[in-house]
Design a protein around this ligand. Structure first.
Ligand code: ATP
Length: 259
């Protein structure tokens, strides 16, 4: 279980990118965090994966706990060893390395079981098995995203962090990514996914949060979120008129359902 407790993050002297955020990602569950541009989604991923320092971000308040133990002072390598793997936005595969070399790089900080995990990756991502000796630069955007996810799984994480996995991909590929997230959960790995594509994320998730300006403004089960007018209109492409949308402008800053 991952628990984000009252976390605020700043970059330099600018306004906080996360503001007293509370969030939980249960073991073996898919937790979706949806929100628009600049809501703080990538900042959340960086805070949980120990990567804030690379962008001169600082956790200025709160704590992040994994299985009850504080982990917010650990760096990325230590966090991978504790079972958290981060698939950053924009895929960032090693373009000049082959598919297999990329996968092996994902297992670099953990010991053993590399061949077994490669076999699992090729079982789950058949397209990668076929192209294992090709350089990653030759893969399509969708295939590179699959490679980035497979590389994240190579460390055998308990929790996989996915930052906007659907970004820039065709609807059919986005659908496939949704299926892969479900498969990962079936194998017992928890997933924390942040997405602008709320339809995809909330369709595969068990639990969800809506993030706006660094705060969780709504949270509940994914089914509860999908059913709210606000999420329908603002995030699921509802046909709300300007007047209908205005009714949400003064809503309470934080609503919670008991999950
Ligand atoms: P997007 O969907 O556009 O990627 P996001 O929800 O992931 O957005 P973040 O990238 O976390 O949002 O940004 C949250 C806020 O923090 C924004 O106001 C952004 O301008 C600011 N921010 C993000 N990275 C930095 C940085 N390296 N330095 C300064 N400010 C930053």
């Amino acid at each position: 279980m991952l628990e984000v407790r009252g976390v605020s993050v700043r970059y330099g002297q600018s306004a906080p990118a996360l503001r007293s955020l509370d969030l939980k990602a249960g073991p073996g569950r898919v937790t979706a965090v949806v929100g628009g541009n600049g809501a703080g989604k990538s900042t959340l991923m960086k805070a949980v994966s120990g990567a804030l320092g690379f962008d001169s971000g600082r956790l200025v308040e709160g704590e992040i706990l994994l299985e009850g133990k504080p982990v917010h002072r650990l760096g990325p390598t230590a966090l991978v060893r504790r079972g958290i793997a981060h698939v950053p936005e924009g895929r960032r595969v090693f373009a000049d390395l082959t598919v297999e070399e990329n996968l092996r790089a994902g297992a670099a900080t953990v010991r053993g079981r590399v061949q077994e995990r490669l076999d699992e990756a090729y079982g789950m991502f058949e397209v990668l098995a076929r192209r294992r000796r090709q350089r990653a630069v030759l893969l399509s955007g969708g295939e590179q995203q699959m490679l980035a996810i497979a590389r994240g799984l190579m460390s055998g994480p308990r929790l996989l962090l996915l930052d906007e996995p659907s970004l820039g991909l065709a609807p059919k590929v986005v659908e496939r990514i949704g299926e892969i997230i479900s498969l990962i959960r079936e194998q017992g790995t928890g997933v924390l996914v942040v997405e602008q594509n709320a339809a995809m994320a909330l369709s595969v998730a068990d639990d969800g949060y809506v993030l706006e300006q660094g705060s969780a403004v709504l949270s509940g089960t994914a089914a509860q979120l999908r059913a709210t007018d606000e999420v329908q209109q603002l995030y699921l492409g509802g046909s709300g008129t300007a007047d209908e949308l205005l009714q949400f402008a003064d809503r309470a800053p934080l609503q919670r359902w008991s999950a």
